[in-house]
Design a protein around this ligand. Sequence first.
Ligand code: GDP
Ligand code: CA
Length: 314
Amino acid sequence: MRITVLAGGVGAARFLRGVQAAAPGAQITVIGNTGDDITLFGLRVCPDLDTVMYTLGGGISEEQGWGRADESFSIRDELAAYGAGPSWFTLGDRDFATHILRTQLLAAGKPLSEVTRRLCERWQPGVELLPMSDDKVETHVLLDDAERSLVHFQEWWVRLHAAVPALAITAAGAQGARPAPGVLEAIADADFVLFPPSNPVVSIGTILSVPGIRDAAGAKTVVGVSPIIGGAPVRGMADACLAAIGVRTSAVGVAAHYGPDLLNGWLVDEQDKAATDDPALAGLQVRALPLYMRDLAATAAIAQAAIDLARELT
Ligand code: GDP
Ligand code: CA
C-alpha cells in the first residue's frame, strides 16, 4: 500500500505515528509544509519538517510536541547576553545543530529536499519526507493593527500568539514555486492521499497553494481528518487562521472549504456527527468517530478509519 500524506507540524506528526501503527507495511510519503520556515541568527529553521522528523525518529519533546527532548538552552542564553534577538522563538542547543547543518548544506547549493533526506538519514523516520517545494515560500500575515503590518507567520503565531486579528494570510512565493522533486509522483503513485488534522490554512492550505499539488491530489482519493472538534481547534489557534479567510471554525466549515472536488472522505469527531448528513457536505462520505489523538492506540484507530474509508472510496 502506498500512502501520501500532506503534513503540517504537531497535528500531522502525531497522526503519522498512527498511520505507521495502523499500516506497518505501507510505503508512506510525507509532503511537508515549508511556509512556516524562517531564518533566525542566520540559520534556516524548518519547524514543520523537523517536527515530523523528530517525532517519527524518536527525538521529539513529547511534552511540547515540537523541539528536541532533553534540551538545554546555553546558546539561547549566550545570544541573549549579547542582546541578540529575537527572544520569542525558542531554539534549544540540540535543535541548533540541525539548523546549522541544514544551513551549511543549503549554502553549499544543495536543495532543501536533498538536505532533508540527509537529516533523515540520522533520524530514520520510516517515511519519505519531502518538502512541498525546494523554492522559498513564506507565509505572511497582514495584521489588523494601526499600521496594517505585514509580518512573517511565526511573528504572528509565536510572538503575538495570534491575538491580533489577521486581515489576510498569504503564501508569498507560492505562485512561482515548483513542487519538490518526487512530490507530484508521490501523489500520482499513491493508492490514496490523507490529510491529517493539520491546520487547513497555514499547513495544508499552504502546501495546496504550490501550483500542481492541488490538481494532483484532486485526481486521487483524498480522505481528511477534521482538526476542529466541537467548533474549536483541539490545541493551538487554528480558529484565528480560519477567521482570516472567512471560514467557519467547524468540522463542516473546513471540509466545505477544501471542497468536494478535492476531498472524497472526511472524518469528524462524534461531537460533530450532525456533519454526516449536513447538506453542505453533499458529495463527501463523512464518518463520525472519536478524533482526540489521546495516545497511540486512539491515534492508530483514527488512522485506520481514514485508511479504511480511503480504500472503500478508491
Ligand atoms: P502545527 O504546524 O504544529 O500547527 O501542526 P499542524 O498544522 O499539523 O496541526 C495543528 C492542528 O492540529 C491544530 O489546528 C489542531 O486543530 C489539530 N489537532 C491537534 N491535536 C488534535 C487532536 O487530538 N485531534 C484532532 N482531530 N485534531 C488535533
Ligand atoms: Ca506549522
